[in-house]
Write a protein that binds this ligand. Structure first.
Ligand SMILES: Nc1ncnc2c1ncn2[C@@H]1O[C@H](COP(=O)(O)OP(=O)(O)OP(=O)(O)O)[C@@H](O)[C@H]1O
Length: 194
């Protein structure tokens, strides 16, 4: 299993967000996490990335306790989180060049006619596309996506579905907090309803 939680729980003060969560995601599988606003989807993803400590239970990602501060963990786990950010003054091409250099791989291309526009001048959907490209145009074993469909138009959501399908085909374990119907219906191997 690339992702394994046992008895995972998070409480905030007196409020229990979730408890006793056993999650097992193998290479080539996608799990979609659903649930109402505020139920704890982002919190679960943060537990998987190591930016939030659970109240109870254990988490193993790529066989190790998640710790985004370690380079070996970050090299194996790619994320698009709520707070994922771009460099405002850098263009999509520059972002993808930087990424490629840091992984020693050829740069990906994307955003077509917006490839040379500073990120600050892109639309919300175009910034989202760039963040998704950056999360997937690099090697990874685990892909964590928090509401990746946000701000995407119809074509963007179809592209997202293909991206996640390709991630699975490439042998990644994917966990996405999402309400994107095609992702749920066509790509998810199973759902976790919080
Ligand atoms: N470390 C923390 N300290 C304080 N509150 C927290 C902490 N972690 C989570 N919460 C609270 O837990 C609740 C769940 O938040 P979370 O963002 O995980 O929900 P969500 O299901 O992703 O919501 P949405 O669908 O709106 O994005 C929120 O009320 C949030 O403020």
């Amino acid at each position: 299993m690339l992702i394994e939680t046992r008895g995972l729980g998070v409480s905030v003060g007196e409020t229990e967000l979730f408890s006793d969560l056993d999650l097992a995601v193998d290479a080539g599988e996608c799990v979609v996490v659903t649930g109402a606003n505020g139920v704890g989807k982002s919190t679960l993803l943060r537990c998987l990335y190591g930016t939030q400590q659970p109240t109870s239970g254990t988490v193993l990602v790529c066989g190790m306790p998640p710790d985004e501060r370690t380079a070996s963990f970050r090299r194996r786990v790619s994320v698009l989180m709520d707070d994922s950010a771009l460099f405002d003054e850098l263009t999509p091409r520059q972002h993808l060049d930087l990424l490629a250099r840091s992984f020693g791989i050829p740069p990906a291309t994307g955003l077509d006619d917006r490839a040379d526009v500073p990120a600050a001048d892109l639309s919300a959907g175009q910034r989202r596309r760039l963040l998704l490209l950056a999360a997937t145009a690099r090697p990874y074993e685990v892909l964590l996506l928090d509401e990746p469909e946000r701000a995407l138009d119809t074509a963007g959501r179809a592209w997202l579905t293909e991206l996640v399908d390709a991630a699975k085909a490439g042998g990644a374990a994917v966990v996405a907090a999402s309400h994107h119907a095609a992702l749920v219906d066509e790509v998810a191997d199973y759902l976790v309803e919080l």
